[in-house]
Design a protein around this ligand. Sequence first.
Ligand SMILES: Cc1cc2nc3c(=O)[nH]c(=O)nc-3n(C[C@H](O)[C@H](O)[C@H](O)COP(=O)(O)OP(=O)(O)OC[C@H]3O[C@@H](n4cnc5c(N)ncnc54)[C@H](O)[C@@H]3O)c2cc1C
Length: 338
Amino acid sequence: MMTLPSFEFLAPQSTKDAVGLMDQYRDRAKILAGGTDLIPSMKNKLFEPEVVISINNIPELKKIHFDPESGLTLGGLVSLADVGHNPLVTENYPVLAEAAKKIATPLLQNKGTIGGNILLDTRCYYYNQSHFWRKAVNNCMKKDGDICRVAPGGHRCYAISSCDTVPVLYAMDAVITLVSVKGERKIPLREFYQNDGMAFNKLLPNEILTQVQIPKLPLGFRGAYMKLRRRQAIDYPMLGVMVGLILDDNGICLEAKIILGAVFPCPWEVTEAQNILIGKKISEKEIEEASEMAYNTAKPMDLTNFRPAYRKRMVKVFTRRILQNLSQQAVYTEEVLA
Ligand SMILES: Cc1cc2nc3c(=O)[nH]c(=O)nc-3n(C[C@H](O)[C@H](O)[C@H](O)COP(=O)(O)OP(=O)(O)OC[C@H]3O[C@@H](n4cnc5c(N)ncnc54)[C@H](O)[C@@H]3O)c2cc1C
């Protein structure tokens, strides 16, 4: 049986106290939100913090606010269940709600939080294993080893971004607020992630994520997120494709966002495919060209229990399927893809 290592548990009552503790302990501490990833990772000895700082006693982090002009603000501790079911989200950002409902299981959605999803560790077949298993293959560079087991000749880690809400938030230009003892900074998600499985985001060791802000969606916006996983009932994404379009009254594409999740260590915007669509009335020709471009851009590595060639092929299938639905519907409805 895998047991938790011993640690000191602290539960501050305010953000000010929490950032004070983070500043004191830095790399020796970990923030506990829902714990749905942190706790299994600690059992696997992927993280061995001396101190665990729970932010669950800070009510302000659980707030949801919607303003028709400025958009939606989610506290870092808002549960995935609330993202999936709260009317402020389902009515104004249905694609985000659908993505949250595709995460793990309803039980895990009750515990897991939006902040934890945004900060979720990157995943890889050789990393997300028990300590016993990893030791048997001499570890990997992300934890205790020297080389990457996926690309032994390479010099960096290829573990993939596996957070389902992130491609959607990315396409909607979400901005996160990070707080430390020095004050707060706001950073757009598209500037927060990095293409490195070990240093995959720019969170500093003394910072806490307090808010996610999603601007009001432009008129004519329609979007959909599709996810590939082995078991529909529970698994992490092996691929996620988010497409967001803004079409004018004549069906001309004013803006396009195509974001791939679970292919690279960070969400990947396929700008070349977007450019094929912008300024055009989207027909089968543009759909075929844009899906082909997304397919060519995706370079999945052999680090999940699906073959990379299959994940790559599904990039094209999902992109094409979403574009066909979004461009043909007067008003997009999620049922179309169900
Ligand atoms: C069986 C299983 C299936 C899963 N399937 C999916 C899936 O399909 N899709 C998916 O996206 N995820 C999946 N997950 C992962 C996880 O449940 C979610 O990503 C969830 O949103 C994580 O949130 P949490 O609050 O539990 O994070 P935690 O586990 O509490 O934290 C995750 C990380 O973020 C840090 N952190 C959390 N909140 C903050 C904050 N506010 N400020 C600073 N640091 C913070 C923690 O220190 C930790 O490093 C799955 C997990 C399990 C166990």
